[in-house]
Design a protein around this ligand. Structure first.
Ligand code: GAP
Length: 515
C-alpha cells in the first residue's frame, strides 16, 4: 500500500508533469524553496484567490480591498516588532557545516525517537489483541508507552521554557542533553544557538534620513495597518470594518521543504478587521467560525480541518488559532486567525508620531481600534487543494487513471472541446463552440491523439467536462458531454451547454453556502 510520503511524491511530480508548479530557475539547478506556477497552476491559484476575494470583499459590504507595496518605510518593521522579534533559533553543526532550526531538531527528536516508538507499540499490541484491542486504553495504561509520554512531556516543557525566555544557552543544553546528532555528519559537534532574523533586506537609492536598508515585507498585514485611516476616511468606513489584501511576502526560511508548503517567497491573503475595544473576543470567535466555513464549503472530506489554539503566541498576539489541514505529511497550519489587540496601530502611532485614532460617532469617543486578523497562505491552500484532488483509480476494465478531482469552480479549465477527427469540418465546429463558451468558461481545444488519451490528459489537469464533437454534431447540433469524476457520457444539445456547465462550475453556488 502507498504511504502518505509516496502520495506526496506523486503529487509533486504530477504538479510538474502537468504544468502546475516548476522549480524556480530550474535550468540553473533551481533555487531552494522558491517555485514558479505554470499554465495550469497559475490558473488554479487565481481561482483560489478569486474565491477568497469574493467571500471576503464581494460578499461583505463592510470589507474593502487594497493593494499595498512590498517595500515599506524601514521604521514600519521596527514598529511592528519584526526587526527585533521575528527570529528563528539556529544552530550549526561544525563538521557538516549544515545549519538547522534548533526547535525543529528537538521536535524531530520527539517524533523519531519517542512518538514513533509509541506507534510501534500500538501496532504490535493491535496485532496481538486483534478485534478486542482498545487503543485509548492501551495508551493510558501500558507502562512503556506511559514512559514515552512522560519523556515527551518533559522535553516539551523544557522547549517551551527556553523559547519563551529566549534562553539560547538553555536551548543548546537541551540539544546536548538529548544527544541529538547532526542528520548529515552524525556528529554532536554543535555551535551555540543564535537568533536569526527571517526578513530579507536590500538597499534603496536614497531616503531623507540617510538610511538605505529596507526589507521585503514578511507579511502583507503591515501595508493594511499603515493605510487603515486613509481607507477609513476616504471610504467613509464605520467600525467594525475590514481591509483585505492579497500579495507576496518573503521570509528567509531555514527549514524550507515540503514543496510549496514552506517557501521563501510566497503569497498571503490577509484581512484585518477593526473593532471597538472590548469587542475583539466576539469577533475573534466570529472569524474563526467564518473562515472554517469557507474551507468546508469547498467540499473537502469530513475531518480534513481542525482548530489548533496557540499556547505560545507571536509577539503581537493576544489570542491565536490555526486552522490546520490534513496534508499528505500530517495536520499542519493552513490559516491563522489572530486577535492582535491594538498592538500594531499603537506601535505605528508611537513610531510615526501621527494620531491613528478612530472617532466613533455612536459613542462619541476616539480610540485606537482592536484588530482581528485572518491570514492564509495562497500556496498552502493550493497544496491542500491539489493533494486532496489527486486520485489514482483502477477502472472496471482493469486500466488505471490519474484524475484531479478538483472542486469544479477551481479547475484551471472548465471545459475541453475535442473534435473526434481532424477533418470533415469537425475542428471548425469545435472552435465555434469554444467561441460561444469562452466568455463564461476557460476552454481548452485539442485535436491530437485518439479520444481516450485526450480524456486522460484532461482528467490529469482536472477539467470537469469534455465535449466531443463528432459527425452527428454536424447533423443535429448535439455533442457528447463526458463528466470527469463519473466518466458518464450523455448527448446534449449545443444550446444547453452553457446552462449545464454553468450550474456545475459557478462559484456562486459555493458562496451561497457561506451565508
Ligand atoms: N500576518 C500574520 C502572519 O503572517 P503567519 O502565521 O506567520 O501570520 C500566515 O502566516 C499564513 O501565511 C500561514 O498560515 C501560512 O498559510 C502562510 N505562510 C507563512 N509562512 C509561509 C511560508 N514560508 N511559505 C508558505 N506559506 C507561508
Amino acid at each position: 500500500m502507498a504511504t502518505q510520503e509516496d502520495v506526496f511524491k506523486k503529487v509533486t511530480s504530477h504538479a510538474k508533469e502537468y504544468g502546475f508548479v516548476f522549480q524556480s530557475s530550474e535550468i540553473y539547478d533551481g533555487l531552494s524553496a522558491v517555485y514558479d506556477y505554470g499554465q495550469t497552476g497559475s490558473a488554479l491559484k487565481k481561482n483560489i484567490k478569486d474565491y477568497w476575494w469574493d467571500a471576503m470583499v464581494k460578499m461583505n459590504e463592510n470589507i474593502v480591498g487594497i493593494d499595498s507595496s512590498i517595500f515599506m518605510h524601514p521604521k514600519t518593521w521596527k514598529a511592528s516588532g519584526h526587526v527585533d522579534a521575528f527570529n528563528d533559533p539556529l544552530i550549526d553543526n561544525k563538521d557538516s557545516k549544515k545549519r538547522y532550526r534548533a526547535d525543529v531538531l528537538v521536535e524531530e527528536y520527539i517524533q523519531n525517537k519517542l512518538e514513533s516508538k509509541i506507534d510501534k507499540e500500538v501496532k504490535k499490541a493491535a496485532k496481538r489483541f486483534g478485534d478486542s484491542f482498545n487503543e485509548t486504553e492501551f495508551k493510558t495504561t501500558n507502562p512503556r508507552v506511559l514512559g514515552y509520554f512522560e519523556k515527551i512531556n518533559s522535553i516539551e516543557t523544557r522547549l517551551k521554557k527556553v523559547q519563551e525566555e529566549e534562553d539560547m544557552e538553555g536551548f543548546k543544553q537541551l540539544i546536548v542533553d538529548l544527544e541529538i546528532p547532526c542528520p548529515v555528519s552524525g556528529s554532536k559537534n554543535w555551535t551555540d544557538v543564535r537568533q536569526f532574523n527571517l526578513m530579507f533586506s536590500t538597499e534603496i537609492g536614497s531616503l531623507s534620513d540617510g538610511s538605505t536598508k529596507i526589507y521585503l515585507r514578511p507579511e502583507t498585514a503591515q501595508g493594511i495597518f499603515v493605510n487603515y485611516l486613509n481607507v477609513q476616511k476616504t471610504g467613509r468606513m464605520k467600525i467594525p470594518f475590514g481591509i483585505a489584501q492579497i500579495g507576496k511576502a518573503f521570509r528567509n526560511e531555514i527549514v524550507a521543504r515540503q514543496f510549496v508548503f514552506r517557501m521563501r517567497e510566497f503569497e498571503q491573503m490577509e484581512m484585518q478587521f477593526f473593532v471597538r475595544p472590548g469587542e475583539e473576543d466576539k469577533w475573534y470567535e466570529y472569524w474563526k467560525e467564518t473562515r472554517m466555513k469557507w474551507h468546508r464549503a469547498i467540499g473537502f472530506p469530513e475531518g480534513s480541518h481542525k482548530f489548533h489554539d496557540h499556547l505560545k503566541l507571536a509577539h503581537y498576539a493576544k489570542a491565536a488559532a490555526d486552522i490546520e489541514f490534513q496534508f499528505p505529511f500530517g495536520f499542519k497550519e493552513l490559516e491563522g486567525v489572530h486577535s492582535r489587540g491594538n498592538f500594531d496601530l499603537s506601535q505605528h502611532e508611537e513610531f510615526s508620531k501621527k494620531k491613528l485614532r478612530y472617532f466613533d460617532p455612536e459613542i462619541n469617543e476616539s480610540y485606537i481600534p482592536n484588530v482581528v486578523e485572518t491570514s492564509i497562505g495562497v500556496d498552502r491552500m493550493f497544496l491542500a487543494v491539489l493533494s486532496t484532488a489527486f486520485t489514482e483509480e483502477k477502472l472496471e476494465d482493469g486500466s488505471e487513471r490519474t484524475v484531479l478531482k478538483l472542486p469544479s469552480f477551481l479547475a484551471p479549465y472548465k471545459v475541453a472541446v475535442l473534435p473526434l477527427t481532424k477533418k470533415d469540418g469537425l475542428p471548425e465546429k469545435a472552435r465555434a463552440i469554444i467561441d460561444a463558451l469562452k466568455y463564461d468558461f476557460e476552454c481548452y481545444y485539442e485535436e491530437k491523439d485518439q479520444i481516450g488519451k485526450r480524456y486522460r490528459r484532461q482528467d490529469a489537469i482536472g477539467t470537469p467536462f469534455c465535449i466531443t464533437v463528432d459527425h452527428q454534431t454536424l447533423e443535429d447540433n448535439t455533442v457528447t458531454v463526458r463528466e470527469r469524476d463519473t466518466m458518464k457520457q450523455e448527448r446534449v444539445a449545443i444550446d444547453h451547454l452553457e446552462k449545464l456547465i454553468g450550474e456545475s462550475v459557478n462559484v456562486k453556488n459555493i458562496l451561497k453556502k457561506l451565508n
